[in-house]
Design a protein around this ligand. Sequence first.
Ligand code: GDP
Ligand code: GDP
Length: 437
Amino acid sequence: MARPVVAIVGRPNVGKSTIFNRLIGDRLAIVEDKPGVTRDRIYGNAEWNGKQFSVIDTGGIEIDGEDMILKSIRIQAELAIEEADVIVFMCDAKAGLTQSDEEVAQILFRSGKPVLLAINKVDNMKRAEDIYEFYSLGFGDPIGISGSHGTGIGDLLDEVVDALPELTEEEYDEDVIKVALIGRPNVGKSSLVNAILGEERVIVSDIAGTTRDAIDTPFEKDGQRYVLIDTAGMRKRGKVYETTEKYSVMRAMRAIERADVVLVLINGEEGIIEQDKHIAGYAYEAGKASLFVVNKWDVVEKDDKTMQHFQNKIRDHFLFMTYAPVVFLSALTKQRLQKLLPVVKHVAEQHSLRIQTHLLNDVVSDAVAINPPPTDKGKRLRINYATQVAVKPPTMVVFVNDPELMHFSYERYLENKIRAAFNFEGTPIRIFTRRKS
Ligand code: GDP
Ligand code: GDP
């Protein structure tokens, strides 16, 4: 499901990140200690009156090498225009209307996107009158809000939700495999896209009637339909896109959200770096099928053990993703490229695999028979039965006498047994424990 996007724009210190944090609310706390999540987010998901949307805090997009505030604000505003369906233009009632506000207004005017004017720091009745001067910006009625007190935010959200385009139902059929390519700059994402699309017997669909460059690229190979998500974003070139790490991470996250299968690209020439782990962490967290693609294999000096060594290194670095297969290839020479799509198809199938309850229970009872749950303070975990409740990713519920007695290590043991029986290669699986006596 593609969510509409709301971007918050305005000069520094007007309260953008304060409002952003209010909008995305408690979602932050849930994800903190997982791999790949930075504390200072610029992107999150929100919901109001049953409508879901994503929010971008453009103030958090640092423009590398830009000392000039004004220039940074301009670039941030342009990014917002590029990404957003609705723009919240924020000013500060305490500071009043400034020259920079007018500069931002000029840029937003040309965007053609719906702009809502929010005047923050309206902390008391007296200041409510200070919002009138902002009429001169030409964006209609200013909405007075206070990030500190939380007042006016509901009114702002009502207007945001009214201005949102209808939530776009996923435009692809169930049997289309949606693929996202992620990886740090220069790892070879756009080269790989071109290589895949240039492969023999790949039929790239013509999308009739689209004037702007297509965001996604659908194609077909060996009777299977695929779509490459956010191809436009990968091909995009230019200063902002390349040097602003947070921005490219945000773009990658949005692509991951919409994908079934995530290709985590690694530079075979340079090996694994910390940033790769962060990027892969998003695919893991989002519960997507994934595989590692070690690119630039043409320039790696190899003997018969090189591949195994590299694979071991990947296993050591990505302990949370041992299920993901590894494909070595070269986007440049197309060496081993034909190995890729069959693996993509395979992990997509594993991602939507559904195991019958009786088969799952056979495996779980065998596992319990071989290695009974340990006792905890004289109490022993009893497992009644297990059942798969969802796919993409496969999600199991284990019913037990007391969920508190299910320890992480025993859950891991069950997961390993389930994987040994049913494989689930390339997909995370989730196990929830529920009480049933
Ligand atoms: P940003 O640079 O636009 O993201 O602004 P911040 O969210 O970092 O806020 C800048 C400063 O304004 C911080 O010290 C906030 O605590 C303060 N601030 C944010 N919202 C309000 C508000 O509604 N009233 C007042 N008085 N201060 C606020
Ligand atoms: P992106 O930033 O991830 O989209 O990376 P690009 O596709 O733009 O590739 C970055 C650079 O790496 C370019 O100079 C490519 O020609 C080069 N490159 C990409 N794939 C390969 C490969 O498999 N082998 C070699 N030797 N170079 C590659």
